[in-house]
Design a binder for this molecule. Structure first.
Ligand SMILES: [Zn+2]
Ligand SMILES: [Zn+2]
Length: 304
């Protein structure tokens, strides 16, 4: 083993040992005063503790630990555990638009791992053994992160959201991409997140409005002639819009056919499902009387 590799391996073990030792200390640190699920914490109070409490110093067992591998921590009174300073700072960053008065409800506190908070419909993880925090999918118990800042569910739960959510997310996500891509039609085609939205919408029989919302956000069709004075540029943009619309329609059609092939029979009447995609109909229903009318949906919503 050469010297560089040997040093690398030694450092790697040092990292593992330090983190294990630190983890054990944070576990011991958990007493009866540790926050319980359902407890509320005000973000500003956590920030004040982080900014004013002294650094917690640990007595490490008979050898020196490498400060690079453990975070600076403080003993939080509101959480009843030792918390890395960087975790609180990062949490404040990702929750900046909620304000310092944001109330976090403890969903779970895992001693060797993290505290999970809920705030309105959002969820966050505050890491305890390393400096960091992350937004989580809003479905309680889910440990995955959102797909994107504007597609705020994980892949697994994207399909579970109600019919209006994918359209709202698609419009916002499309708008973000438009800014990022600088309205360059050559770069606007094909996007894996747009495909995920189209597939989630197809599972509700709502691919058409969701794809339209995404294209609206991405291309801003009303403004094409205003922004592109050169007719050639405007035409290129309209072609890109048509092409992307067609591509997303195919993505949704394929998803609908896959769902129908898997389910095989209408979940209401038991009749066979046609493999031919009809995007306006939920793929688990046949296109006839099993599709609820708008009045039925309103009545269900009112009683549900
Ligand atoms: Zn999830
Ligand atoms: Zn049916």
């Amino acid at each position: 083993m050469d010297v560089t590799r040997s040093a690398y391996v030694a450092n790697g073990w040092r990292l593992v040992e330090s983190v294990m030792e630190y983890t054990a200390l944070t576990r011991d640190d958990l007493g009866p005063c540790a926050a319980q699920p359902g407890d509320s914490v005000v973000l500003g109070n956590l920030l004040v503790e982080c900014a004013t409490f002294p650094e917690a110093i640990f007595e490490w067992a008979d050898r020196e630990w490498d400060p690079r591998w453990v975070p600076e921590v403080f003993a939080s009174r509101v959480l009843g555990v030792t918390v890395p300073v960087g975790s609180v700072l990062e949490l404040c960053g990702i929750m900046a638009d909620e304000g310092r008065g944001a109330v976090l409800t403890v969903e779970s506190l895992t001693p060797q791992c993290q505290v999970v908070f809920a705030c309105h419909i959002r969820r966050f993880a505050l890491f305890l053994t390393q400096a960091g925090a992350a937004e989580l999918c809003p479905v309680p118990g889910c440990s995955a992160g959102p797909i994107h800042e504007h597609i705020f569910r994980c892949r697994r739960h994207l399909v579970d959201c109600d019919v209006d959510e994918p359209a709202r997310m698609a419009r916002e996500y499309g708008g973000t991409r438009r800014e990022e891509l600088d309205r360059d039609p050559a770069r606007m085609a094909g996007d894996p997140h747009a495909d995920l939205l189209a597939k989630a919408a197809a599972a509700h029989g709502a691919a058409e409005p969701v794809n339209a919302a995404y294209l609206d956000g991405l291309f801003d069709p009303e403004m094409i002639d205003e922004i592109h004075w050169d007719p050639t540029e405007a035409l290129a943009m309209r072609h890109a819009l048509e092409r992307e619309g067609l591509r997303l329609r195919r993505v949704a059609d394929t998803e609908t056919r896959l769902i129908r092939a898997r389910i095989k029979n209408c979940t209401t009447c038991g009749g066979g499902l046609s493999p031919w995609a009809v995007q306006a109909v939920p793929p688990y229903l046949c296109a006839g009387a099993c599709v609820p009318s708008a009045a039925d949906v309103r009545a269900l919503t009112a009683t549900g």
